[in-house]
Every structure is written in C-alpha cells, then in structure tokens.
Ligand binder design. Sequence first.
Ligand code: NAP
Length: 251
Amino acid sequence: MKVLVLGGTGEARQLAAALTELPGIEFVSSLAGRVRDPVLPVGPTRVGGFGGIGGLVRYLRTERVGAVVDATHPFAAVMTRHAERACLRLGLPLLVLRRPGWSGNWHRIASIGDAPGRITALVPDDSCVFLTTGRGELAVFATDARHRYLIRTVDPPQQPLPPRTDLLLDRGPYTVDGERDLMRAHQVALLVTKDSGGDLTSAKLAAAEQLGVPVLMVSRPPLPAGVAAVETVDAAVAWLRTVAGAASADG
Ligand code: NAP
C-alpha cells in the first residue's frame, strides 16, 4: 500500500523513518516548500503544493495512494482541510497526526488577527512584545507603532513589519536559559505565540513563567469534523498497520 505523508514537522520526519522499517508499506513524504533550507525526511520526498483540493485528488489517483497521514503543523489548517476533502471524495483512509497542545495559564485568542487589540489591552505603550507566531501573518502588526517588537522567524519575513522591530532569524531548538537571557536583554513585557505544542520551542514558555512575563497564546484551529486523529508517531504506525492489513485482505 502506498501512503502519502503530508509533512513539514518533526513528527512527519519520525513517521517517515518508522515507515522505512514497515513491511508492505511504500510511502512518499510531501513538503510545501516554504522553508529555504528544510530538514528533509528520509525516503522519497516531493516538494510543492498540489494545486488545491482538485490537484490533490489528481495526485492521489495518479500515484495510486491507498492512505494519507496528515502530519502537518497544527496551524496548517488549509492543507488539513484539503486532505479531508480529497480523501472523502476518493474514499481514502485519512489520519491526522497532531502533537498535543501546551497547557498553561495564558491569555488566549482564537486567531492571530485578535492579537493587536489584546496587546494594547495587556501592556503599556513602548513595551517590548516578543512575537514567535511565524512569518506568515506578521502584516497584522505592521501598523503598531505603539510597542517595540522582538520578532523571531526561521526565514526572513516577506510582509511589512512594525516600525520598531528587532528581527531575529533562528530555528531552535532553544534552552530555557537562552530564552530567559534573550527576554531579559530585550526587556520583554509580553510573549505572543501560538499553541504549536512539542518540546522544540517550549523553552520560551518556561522562561516567560520564570520572569513573570504574561503570554498571549493563539489557540489551534479546530480539525475538520469526524477526522480520525492521533497524537503520537507510534499510534500513526499502528493505524497504518491496521489499514494496510485491511487493504491486503481486500485485495
Ligand atoms: P497551509 O496554510 O495549511 O497550506 C497552504 C497551502 O500550502 C496548501 O493549500 C498546499 O498548497 C500547501 N501545502 C501545505 N502543506 C503542504 C505539504 N505538506 N505538502 C504539499 N503542499 C503543502 O500551510 P502552512 O501553514 O503555510 O504550512 C506550510 C507547511 O509548513 C506545512 O507543511 C506545515 O506542516 C509546515 N509548517 C507550518 C507551520 C505553521 O505555523 N503554519 C509551522 C511549521 C511548519 P496546495 O493547495 O497548492 O496543495
């Protein structure tokens, strides 16, 4: 059985590594191609969008894919919706592999568009806001001249930035000590981040707690209704064993 792994995360790379050991499964990992210098998974990989739901349907048919694991980032909601629509259309089994979210005592917002208003309510003018929400939606902060920003992204942002910005290009993983030193050096008054989950980028939350810096957390977009989801690579492998077993019994 051929499996399409929608990737771009550490979990997708771990799944690809596990699948190289799994008899009866052929797989291909898919990356969007957004990051300049991506960490590639082991095994066959394709790069670039499919061209919407229709393009994905065509790809799945042409490549005779028998099952899809969506191991994209918890905030890659468009890809997840496209996978759900395409698999439904073709009657293909789909599993979402999504690491658990973080838990803590934070201010929460439903989407990044709500952030500028909440920042103004939470911290005084001229305070430093540490933004680690990725480079995709920075334009919503572009007109905020009231606050100073420390913005950290993997690749250089292509959107307009707030006038008073210190830009930091880095991809982690980060340590609590390093994050604390960084926040101290910039006198960070508020951390704005999104609920990505996982260990690679969680040090900033521990550092913020130690420093008493409040956190404004963007909640995850919900999964499409009815989609099967697991939180670990082992559970995804177990699901694939079951699906591959059922496919070979059928065929
Ligand atoms: P998105 O908004 O959900 O998807 C936008 C479009 O990008 C999709 O419609 C699709 O294009 C293409 N795409 C996304 N993931 C793809 C994949 N794995 N393989 C092929 N095409 C893909 O996605 P995003 O939030 O921009 O994230 C893009 C990639 O970066 C994802 O693979 C995700 O796992 C990774 N990533 C995202 C974040 C984040 O915060 N969003 C963080 C870390 C890593 P078509 O419609 O043309 O098929």
